[in-house]
Design a protein around this ligand. Structure first.
Ligand SMILES: [Ca+2]
Ligand SMILES: [Ca+2]
Ligand SMILES: [Ca+2]
Length: 323
């Protein structure tokens, strides 16, 4: 009997620990403190950002990602092609304050109207079961193209360019490990993929990045991802393959605007459930970001979201109203 009382006391302690995370204490940090999973899709910066070394495992790669983008270190990681993702956590719950943006995702996009926008789709989750792990329901942040792709100012130009400008909400893709590494320094059909729409394509190997592009710590030959696929935002403005512009979406995505730009901040109130309905979240404990566009832009290579960090705006004392 006595034993069960002690056990119950233990349970209470666990519940209190979970609750204490709900409000940011004075020691809380605005930055990423945990990386739960890093699984990029194949890409030209995969296995170098962060660096894969012989013997690395999923666990050691997660740790390398934390060293890069955690605790305001501001290193850079690449999520590779469409679907590649990272799941991060914090030492407190990021509060959803009414009428305000709540967090910022840092990337390496530049240009006022875009130029190098490689949008990542952002998902959020609440540690509903209080176990400290991201094994709860996920909600997607409905960015501007989730609402209406045709409102992006570059929409018609992208359409005229032959881009796929549709938003595919239940998209999935499978990448195939190459049977052998590319022999030449360049190879158009290097990593083959197929998608749920029956389309096939490839991630080409380019001469600037010669390492394997398939994540080397991943053991299987087929690597699948699912989520939303955004309209293709890259246009070859030169018409001869020399000048690609990757246009910026209006709001709600990662690595889409400059880090100081209005497009890099997110209001948790933009979250929707799997049916696209708004959800009312008091705050979030976990954030998942995945590359949102499936497009290869000539010599620039595949569109791949890069992440430099995440910041809790409230802990930073930044008050940014939601437009
Ligand atoms: Ca908010
Ligand atoms: Ca959980
Ligand atoms: Ca980028």
């Amino acid at each position: 009997m006595r034993h069960s009382v002690i056990y119950a006391a233990g349970l209470v302690a666990i519940v209190l620990t979970a609750c204490s995370k709900e409000k940011a204490g004075k020691d809380a940090t605005p930055y990423i403190t945990e990386v739960f999973e890093y699984m990029p899709a194949p890409g030209q910066f995969v296995n170098t950002m962060p660096l894969y070394e012989e013997g690395d495992t999923q666990e050691t790669m997660n740790r390398k990602v934390l060293e890069a983008i955690g605790n305001n270190n501001r290193g850079l990681i690449s999520l590779g092609g469409w679907g590649g993702y990272v799941v991060v956590g914090f030492d407190h719950t990021i509060e959803n304050r009414e009428g305000l943006c709540d967090f910022r995702v840092l990337g390496n996009a530049f240009g006022d109207e875009g130029g190098s926008s490689e949008p990542g789709i952002i998902m959020v989750s609440v540690d509903a079961n209080g176990n400290g792990l991201p094994d709860d329901l996920w909600y997607e942040i409905a960015g501007s193209a989730h609402i209406d792709p045709a409102q992006e100012i570059w929409y018609q130009a992208a359409r005229d360019n032959g881009n796929d400008v549709a938003l595919h909400p239940d998209y999935s893709m499978t990448y195939l490990r190459p049977e052998q590494e590319a022999a030449a320094s360049e190879e158009e059909e290097y990593i083959l993929w197929e998608d749920i729409l029956g389309r096939r394509g490839s991630i080409p190997k380019n001469k600037y990045h010669t390492q394997p592009y398939f994540p080397q710590w991943y053991g299987e030959d087929r690597l699948s991802f699912s989520g939303t696929c955004l309209p293709q935002n890259g246009i070859d403005e030169s018409g001869e393959g020399t000048y690609y512009v990757l246009y910026k979406f209006r709001y709600g995505y990662a690595d889409n605007d400059t880090n100081s730009g209005a497009g890099s901040v997110v209001d948790i109130s933009w979250a929707v459930d799997s049916r696209g309905q708004s959800v009312d979240l008091p705050g979030v404990d976990f954030i998942r970001i995945y590359t949102g566009v499936n497009q290869v832009n000539g010599w620039l290579g595949e569109c791949s979201t890069e992440i430099m960090g995440v910041e809790d705006l409230h802990l930073l004392g930044e008050e940014i109203a939601t437009d």
